[in-house]
Write a protein that binds this ligand. Sequence first.
Ligand code: NAP
Length: 279
Amino acid sequence: MEFSGPTLFRIPSREVSQIFAWRDAPPADFAVIGDPIGHSRSPQMHRAAYAALGMSYRYVAIQVPVGEVREALDSLTVKGYRGVNVTVPHKSEALAWARAPDELTSRIGAANTLELATGRATNTDAPGFLKTLADLNVKAGASILIFGAGGSARALAAVLPTAGYRVSIWNRTHSRARNLADEFSLNFLAEPVLDADVLVNTTSVGLQGNELPLDWKQARGGSLAYDLVYGRTPFLDNAAEWGLRTVDGKPLLAAQGSLSFEWWLGIKPPPGVMLEAIR
Ligand code: NAP
């Protein structure tokens, strides 16, 4: 079914975990696309914000296989979708689709927020991460060690040095970390020496319950261990055991969602509503 213009709908609660194939996407205003997409918490976050503000937009989760991003986004545009969040593994393809990405998003090479009618694109992961650091009282000048050199590490690398942080990077595949270090003026580490105020795990290793090869004896008690994966991971469990403060990926998910919401609608969700929706 196709329609034009912004159409407002009530949000049936039975839709909370419903996933649509992009060819069967229902009339709606906003969506998150990815593959897989069943794990995404974005629909519940955005719906909670609409409810808190008395808005009746409709936000759905849509599965888009690799290689079909352009076709899917064109189709959602025709169906009248206003905005789309993009998650793994489509953030680079989303940027390639966009006609008007902002400068930071082009530098990062990945977009997670699109406005379909205009082709505008932005990346709210990077400023969202900075927001969470500020909330955690990590001030400019602090030293940050990034583990990993994939897409999310790249987003962090693009903003942390310019925000005044001193950044080192280690990755299992050294060449990828070295490339990011060269591009964004980071300190490349061949070994993961845990000598920093903030240790950020951007690898996906914790998703399978696995661990990075770290010597936690080196860590400074009282520093912060931050894992981008949502929920407890061996990285955070070890850090807590060695006396570090810990934070998982939920505050970042809420921060990037809140920034996307504001970018589309020009209004901030009430503080805490999105994070509360995914606790
Ligand atoms: P990615 O581009 O696929 O990069 C994955 C990284 O993990 C690479 O550095 C890879 O190292 C490393 N890695 C994977 N398995 C490993 C292992 N067994 N041992 C050591 N290193 C390993 O992924 P991404 O997009 O950066 O995302 C990474 C994680 O962040 C995902 O779990 C994602 O869900 C999470 N994330 C969360 C948020 C949020 O809002 N909280 C936002 C973005 C991402 P190699 O280079 O050596 O392969």
